[in-house]
Design a protein around this ligand. Structure first.
Ligand code: SF4
Length: 489
């Protein structure tokens, strides 16, 4: 249920939100300190809670806290408590499954043959279905998170060893999962067969690392080895690393929104630098949707690389006509309605001198509910802009995501209920243009979208989901999957 702070956050930050980042290291004495740094670099993938599990050769140590990594993982907790030369961690944006300490990952349990921890980026689309079956056999769930399902499937598997039990578990789940798991003897990484969420392999002086993005390797000076392949499982032990492919091969469907917004621009995912892709997106947008204007202004920070690409392609000056305040946390609590309407201004302010009297191309990554866009446009007009032309660095977002992204229900997505002309009127711009689907595919290096077999997951734009949505079957509400995950149905 939304409280004052989430209402304010939604207004001030009208974006899809990736829900998680994962990081693990095996074979380094200061493992938990390294994980803390890795998670700090992945903080953009989830700001509300984080956890680390380490193993010191005789016992596991678990720390899970609500808040930012830098605030909650103090020296005392990391150095004194999280001992050992192997550790995994997770940072989360708490919506699916609800907030609260019981849903903070990694999940840890003592299984029949020892401790086992798992951290997950993604969302399982058949978690409720599997959980119901497990509950009938006597399993008791301690959280409302889909990820706990994996722990139970590993625990209840009849297979002999951990590798086989883990494979047995991941073969029974559907949806998006980039997993990092830890036992006393090994660290396991695994991507779902479609490779919807990213997961990379790195090396730090002989210690193996698994991380959601390469920016988490850069922060600790680790070497990028490669992306895990879709459907790949790697097993790291003190003897080295082994790679296996436990699923039927399928055509990959990486989340194209990682390039548009989720991943950090200094990361490379699936072999492409995110900043480069975003600039190409802006260039495609300028070609498809040109404007007779004076300056190009990004909605910072997420619109900035696309605005640079737009300005370079269009030959128009790039100006920081909006300045972002970086110190507005998601936990900011509005004391009342009197300041709630300032939500957008807490985060963005018009740079009046750059804007006054100008015809502006405003570039943003996406429009979700449209409420923020409306307020930003008004702010720019109040600062004296002569014309405001909005250009969006993705196609219209028309459908919810069920793969580990916090999305408003479909009816709240502006593009699901309005034409582009109606949206332009709603946010009060002189013109509005979205990148085409083919333009987005060109920006990631494809000639065009293959409509028969799309090369990426683009379901939030196209409505074509790459997997079955098992938990939705028998219901007629596409939002019910998330409600099921949060215990709302
Ligand atoms: S629906 Fe697909 S493309 Fe859209 S955010 Fe989710 S995983 Fe990414």
């Amino acid at each position: 249920m939304a409280d004052a702070s989430t209402a304010l956050s939604a207004e001030a930050d009208d974006h899809f939100h990736d829900e998680c980042g994962v990081f693990g290291i095996f074979g380094r004495q200061d493992a938990a300190a390294i994980v803390t740094l890795g998670l700090h670099a992945l903080q953009h993938r989830g700001q509300e809670a984080a956890g680390i599990v380490s193993y010191d050769g005789s016992q596991f140590h678990v720390e899970r806290h609500v808040g930012l990594i830098g605030d909650t993982f103090t020296k005392q907790r990391v150095i004194d408590s999280l001992k050992g030369n192997r550790a995994i961690g997770h940072t989360r944006y708490a919506t699916t499954g609800g907030a609260g300490v019981r849903n903070i990952q990694p999940f840890f349990a003592e299984l029949a043959d020892g401790g086992f921890a798992v951290a997950h980026n993604g969302n399982l689309t058949n978690a409720m279905t599997v959980q119901r079956a497990l509950q009938k056999q006597g399993s008791i769930f301690s959280s409302t998170s889909d990820t706990e399902t994996i722990l139970h499937l590993v625990a209840t598997s009849k297979e002999r060893d951990l590798n086989a039990r883990f494979i047995d578990a991941v073969r029974q789940v559907e949806g998006a999962f980039s997993l990092v798991a830890l036992s006393s003897k090994k660290m396991i990484g695994c991507r779902d067969p479609l490779g919807i969420r990213p997961l990379v392999l790195g090396d730090l002086d002989g210690a193996w690392i698994l991380a959601s993005e390469t920016c988490a390797l850069d922060i600790i000076g680790a070497r990028f080895v490669r992306d895990l392949k879709p459907g790949e499982m790697v097993i790291v032990t003190s003897k080295g690393i082994e790679s296996i492919f436990p699923f039927e091969p399928q055509k990959p469907r990486f989340c194209i929104f990682e390039y548009v917004y989720f991943a950090r621009p200094d990361s490379s995912v699936e072999g492409r630098n995110v900043y480069d892709v975003r600039k190409r997106i802006g260039a495609e947008l300028a070609l498809e949707s040109p404007v007779d204007a004076d300056i190009v202004v990004p909605v910072p920070d997420s619109g900035t690389p696309a605005a640079i690409g737009f300005s370079q392609q269009a030959g128009l000056p790039f100006e920081l006509g909006i300045i972002r305040n970086h110190y507005v946390g998601r936990t900011f609590i509005s004391p009342g309605d009197s300041i709630r309407h300032m939500g957008v201004k807490l985060k963005h302010n018009a740079n009046r001198r750059m804007i006054e009297g100008k015809r502006i191309v405003l570039v943003d990554d996406s429009i979700v509910r449209g409420t923020t866009s409306q307020k930003i446009v008004q702010m720019v007009r109040d600062a004296g802009a002569k014309e405001v032309h909005m250009r969006i660095a993705s196609p219209p977002t028309r459908a919810s995501c069920f793969y580990g992204v916090d999305t408003p229900e479909k009816s709240k997505l502006l593009a699901s209920r309005m034409t582009i002309e109606e949206m332009a009127e709603f946010i009060r711009v002189d013109s509005l243009g979205f990148l085409s689907m083919d333009g987005l595919y060109r920006a990631v290096g494809e000639a065009s979208r293959n409509d028969e077999q799309p090369q990426y997951c683009d379901a939030c734009f196209s409505g074509q989901y790459p997997t079955r949505l098992a938990d939705l079957e028998g219901t007629d509400n596409v939002r019910s999957l998330s409600l099921l995950a949060t215990g709302g149905l």
